[in-house]
Write a protein that binds this ligand. Structure first.
Ligand code: F6R
Length: 260
């Protein structure tokens, strides 16, 4: 696990944007896994800005989002379809039909989850998976106690997660209870992973993910098993780590080094 600690949110976001840009440059026709949530908003704004400045293109990429709320149609204001269109897709040159999300309004959500997993495999898997981190240690919507061997499926959201996402919905009763989410084993099959966590509210989850035991209680700790996982943090999100000096020593200013 590479732990890159940047002084603030803006530099952490810019570091992740660099990693995305490198993947876009390296592989014509690469496949990326994408996350949603508040942490990703400045990242996608940075990608859009670089695209507008002619520095990067999404014309050759295929994307798979991690999750979608069960019951929400793509045009629902709280859906991740809408979020992705508004913050990223509508402002870039991604080709129509190359941005995939599970359909929350599928008549059979279980079948949709299985079909989504199969679609990822048909595309040859994911080259770079972008992740955020829940305060309870979730990645995608793999809530604590999710099987580390899980595949794309329906998960019941915890009260914590529903509370965190409540501001995106007008009324309490509109906040979904279930999501279709890539599983932990699905995520671990990505050839490379980059996780972005910012702010003090993520500090405990970051410490559990990086320095705690591998445990279903902290689903993100499964990333310790991945051979190419990069964790990009701002100083606040890194504040509960114990080996901070070592991470700074290996990756000064969050930069790459010959040996990690
Ligand atoms: C959603 C997802 C979630 C979020 C996590 C953090 O696609 O993958 O795991 O990354 O809930 O959300 P924010 O960034 O809103 O704190």
């Amino acid at each position: 696990m590479k732990v890159l600690i940047l002084p603030d949110t803006a530099t952490a976001v810019s570091r992740v944007a660099d990693i995305l840009a490198q993947t876009l440059d390296a592989g014509r026709g690469c496949t990326m896994g994408l996350a949603t949530g508040g942490t990703m908003v400045p990242l996608y704004a940075e990608i859009v800005a670089r695209h507008r400045a002619g520095q990067l293109s999404l014309a050759q990429v295929t994307t798979f989002n991690l999750d979608e709320y069960v019951g929400l149609a793509p045009d629902h204001p709280g859906s991740y379809h809408r979020y992705m269109a508004e913050v990223l897709f509508d402002h870039t040159d991604i080709r129509p039909g190359h941005a995939h999300l599970p359909r929350g309004d599928a008549p059979d959500p279980r079948a949709e989850a299985m079909a989504y997993e199969a679609r990822i495999a048909r595309e040859g898997g994911i080259d770079l998976q972008v992740l955020g981190l829940g305060q309870n240690g979730h990645i995608a919507f793999n809530e604590p106690t999710s099987s580390l061997g899980s595949r794309t499926r329906i998960k019941t959201l915890t009260d914590d997660t529903r509370r965190a996402n409540r501001p995106y919905f007008d009324r309490e009763e509109d906040m979904p209870r279930y999501a279709i989410t890539m599983g932990i084993a699905t995520i671990l099959e990505a050839r490379a992973i980059v996780l972005l966590a910012t702010g003090a509210s993520k500090a405990d989850a970051v410490a559990a993910m990086v320095e705690g035991p591998v445990s279903a209680l902290c689903p993100a700790s499964a990333l310790q098993l991945h051979p190419k996982a990069t964790i990009v943090l701002d100083a606040k999100a890194a504040s509960a780590l114990r080996l901070t000096n070592y991470y700074h020593h290996v990756h000064p200013d969050g930069q790459e080094s010959d040996y990690s």
